[in-house]
Structures are given as C-alpha cells and as structure tokens.
Write a protein that binds this ligand. Sequence first.
Ligand SMILES: Nc1ncnc2c1ncn2[C@@H]1O[C@H](COP(=O)(O)OP(=O)(O)OP(=O)(O)O)[C@@H](O)[C@H]1O
Length: 628
Amino acid sequence: MSHAADGPVRDVQIARRNFFNGKLIPPGTVPELVARSWERAAHSGLRPEDRALSSNFVTHGQLQRIEDEHRVLIEAAGEDMAILARAFPAQHWLVFCTNAAGMIVSASSRPAAAPAAAAAIRGGKQVCEAALGTNAPGCVLREGGVSVEIRRGEHYLNELVDVVCAAAPIYDCNDRLIGVLDVTGFGVDLPAYALSRVQAAAMSIENRLYARLPARRIVRLHHDHRMLHTPAEGIIAISDDDVIIAANRAARQMLGLRAGSVGAGTDLREVFAGGLHGGTGTGLASLSARSGERFFVSLEQHPRRTHSAAATTVGGGCLIADAALARAFDKAVTVIGAQVPVMLLGETGTGKSLLARALHDATRPGTPFVSLDCSSIPESLAEAELFGYADGAFTGSRKGGSIGKIEQANHGTLFLDEIGDMPLPLQTRLLSVLQERSLTRVGGSKPVPVDISVICATHRNLDELVRQGSFRQDLFYRLNGMSVRMPALRERTDLPELIDAMMQSLARGRPKRLEADAMAVLMAHRWPGNIRELHQVLRAAMALSGDSELVQREHFDEGWLAVAATGAPAPGVLPARPDTHSTMMADMQSELIHRTLAALSGNRSQAARALGISRATLYRKLARSKSS
Ligand SMILES: Nc1ncnc2c1ncn2[C@@H]1O[C@H](COP(=O)(O)OP(=O)(O)OP(=O)(O)O)[C@@H](O)[C@H]1O
C-alpha cells in the first residue's frame, strides 16, 4: 500500500474530513486499525488540533530514574537501535523504544528535518494513544502487540500529518509485551522495508534478553545453520537439571512447544530424545528432535554458580559469595517466578535494594522495575503516587489523570522499600490490588488489570508492628510469601570476596591491591553501616591511593580509622528485639555520630565524610538527637 501515489493520499484526506465532520468513513479509505484508533482518540477527548507533541517534558532527574528503571530493556535494545539508526538517515529519521505503557525509555536525537516540537520525542515522552492519538507504537500497544505502520494523514493529530512511522512489539522471555521499537520519519515516505527491519530488530532485542536469564545453558537452533545468530534463530534457556525455563517464539514454533513455557518445566528430553548429547561443548552441532526433524544448534555454557569462595555477581553488581545468602537468592527467584511476593529483612545498608533489583533482573528481565520508598512520601500524596489518579480527580490535577507506581510497574516488579512505614489506609488499598490483581485510580471507577511481581523490604520488626496494630496482619501474610533475612556485613562469610570484587569494580581496570595491614583493619571492623559503609570506605581509600597499586592503611579516611579503632557500636550488642526498631536505629545512629565527633575532636566536616553522609544530614541528625 504505497501512499506516495495520489489515490491513497486523497482517500485518507476524504476519510479524515468525514470522520472529523461526524460522518461515516467511506469503506476502504483507511485500514480498519486506523479507524478504530481514531475512534479511541476522539473518545479520550483529544482534538486533531491539539498540540500534544511538545507537551510532557521530564526533568533530568526524572529521566535518570526512567533510565534506571528500564536499564535491562535499554541495554538489550542499544545495539539494535544503533544498527536500525544506520539504515534510516538521521536527517529525517528517529529511532526510539518505549516501555509497555508507551513511555519512551530510549531515543536517538531529533532529526534536522523534524519540527522543533519533535525535540520532545525523547526519554520520558508518552506516545500512547491517549497522549498522542493514532501513531504506530500507540497502536501496537492498543491492538494486542501486532506490528503497525502509520502514514501521514492516518495520524490523528494535525501536527503529525507529515510523519510516517513503523513499530513492532518487544516481548520478554515470559512472553509478556514489555515495549515497542519504532522508527519515525519526518517529511519522507515510509520505505517498503521499514516494518520488516523494525520487526527483525525487535526480535533481536528479545533474543538478547535470554542471555540475562539465570540459565546454565542457552541453545540456539535453526534448520538452516546460516540463520543461527540472526533474529530468526530459535533460543531455549535450560536450567542445571535439564529443564527448559524459557523459549522464544521461533523456538516454540520449530519445536512445537506451547506458548509461555517459562517455568512450565518441559524436560529437555521431551524435545530432544538424547538430551543435548552430540551438542555438548560450545560450538555448532546437529541434533534430532523427537519429531524427527534435524536442527543445527549452537550451545552456550554459562558458568555454574558455585556458592563458594569466588564472589558471584547475580546481576546489577550485586555480589554474593555467602552460601546461605546465595541459596536464599535462588529460592527467592523460584518463589517470585510462582507469583509469590518476597520480603527482604535487614539492617540499613545490607543491600536490600540491590538484591531486589537483582531478583527482578533474574525473573522479569527487560520489564520495568519501579521502586517506592514508603517512608519518604507524605501520607497525603502517597495514595496518588501509588495508585495514580483519574482525570479531574481533584482540583489542579493533571488533564488525563496520572499513572501511579503500580501501573508503571505493570508486567514488571514493584519494589516497596520500608514497607513498615506504609500508612494504614494505603495498606488496605494495596491488599485489595494484590487480591484482585487490578486497581482503580484515585477518583476513577474503571478497574485496570495489573500483573506485577512484588518485593518488599524493611529494617523494622513487622511482627511487632502487627501486634501494635500499625500494620495489617492480612497484608503481612500476603506480602510475606517468603522472607530473606539479609545478613549484617559482620555476619557475612564473604567479606574478603566482597572487598576484593568491590576493589576491582572501583579500580576500573587499574591494577590495585590491598596491603595486609589494611585488610586486617577491614576484617576487624564491626561495620554498623554494612555494605554501604564498606563501599564508602573503599571508594575513599582508592581515591586517596592515587596512582599507587597498593592501597594501604594510611589511605583510609582518618575519621573512619579513629572510629574503627574505638570499636564502632555494633547493633548486635543492643537488645535484639527492642520495643520499636526505629528508636533503636535512631539511638544507634546518634551514638555513632557522637563517637565519631569525639574521635575527630568535634570536626563536623570530617565526621560527615567519615560517616558517608552530607554535612546537612549530620546537622539534622544532631538537632534531632538533641531534641529527643
Ligand atoms: N551484594 C552487594 N555487592 C556489592 N555492593 C553492594 C551489595 N549490596 C549492597 N551493595 C552496595 O551497598 C550500598 C547499600 O545497598 P542498598 O541500598 O541496597 O542497601 P539497603 O539495605 O537497601 O539500605 P537501606 O535500608 O538504607 O535502604 C549500595 O551502594 C550498594 O550498591
């Protein structure tokens, strides 16, 4: 269907005129998908003359958060977006990738031929139908994940009638739609090859997500060996015990596996009679499926997680070589995969947030990871922040309403940090979302289905909060499908491995090693600030060691050394179950600050540096401890 020809262009103009004058669209003038999308756009209150392109700017901070939340998708898409960008000249074309809610998470820069307003088409911009009317990525999301081309006047908004776009869905390893890849051209025609190029790139992105699964082996297969390592290849991920834990669409078709086979536990021998024998070792081999078909396979062997001496990175720089913690991590991955929430318990700085992120990357790679610190949002804003609000929900609310954290996390993971601080009315609403698997925005009436993994964390004693009546018992049981107690750093068996791995990561390729004396200081310390404190101490020491390969005791911050020498207060010596955990934490912090100040003759700047907090925070905490 070429729109360069006069006929179709005229047809679209007639269809537009009729539609916007309230008349019937003459049959065959625009694809049915376009007509449906126009109807939806009109229904949502958009007018063709609206200027929606340049609205909706995000701040630098918001952009960073968006990028952080979609790190896996952005990383997986990066190379294919760059290849795609080379096929579409930058003068006229823009390449971008959205999340499942239609928000751009990564984009090339504005083409010179695009209007100035198009500068807003970048990270954070909403391109869903409700925001921008008919457009290719918006239609992909509303039409159930089909690939879509939209040309010029088929767009709903007048400001897009000089634009063409082609978009394809991106599915994760669990067969969930997690985003859309798009090319958009300004003042050009859509080449016939555009959609197939975008589809191939989207498939290639999907295939890259498999490399991130915690699988032991990845098998790539095809009837034609030349198709291996192309977007058309089949990919299956296999666990240690020869169970298929994920298979892409191509592999499912070739092997006749049912959709969404993740976790379904298909045994490899149900597919390949002799398992992978004949395909062992890394490299190319040929295997017969039970059906009798022969496939070329290429096998990737991933290192086995040893749970022993060597530190293992379980994702996002989260290092675990403590056997008990590594076992708990593996269990939590299984539990989350079965849609059961996991609770992370532990002192501040033990790595709860980092572990939550690693669990997300291991279970729903490529989907949004949305975190909410329940202790830091004012109660009055918390409801809208979590559940979103409907159009006109309250005076001054944004037109079209706003999407809350839970909806942002749809198809991905919601991480509720400091869950013990969640206000009671919110607990009731959260419980209903978890039970119903749907939510209703504040001031809204229509329930929205949600599919999320939930991970919570707290340093507080939730049993105690339940007894006091400030935490709902039913919610406690709902959220506490499995709890992982994060050991304090002084209890971890992998301190030397953590130090080693952290040094390597901080050294960024420079040769660096710790002098034995310096290591002895680190091993003897009680680490009240846990891994966060260790990270700060090593970072400062590495900086102070300059070009020297050896990091010595004298490179540690003086203030910190003085505190370490006095024997920093260890929470273990305080009552294990104090009346309120937050009072204990406050007391502990206050004691640590006073000791640090005493060791540094009252020098507040040095004390703040030694404690790894800002001077403003130090002053605030001092004022608070004085008033109590
Ligand atoms: N296993 C780990 N490997 C490497 N670095 C880690 C690990 N765990 C935590 N860290 C680092 O320690 C710091 C604190 O971690 P994190 O914020 O996850 O702790 P937390 O328990 O969530 O703290 P809080 O309760 O105060 O929110 C971060 O800088 C993080 O990168």
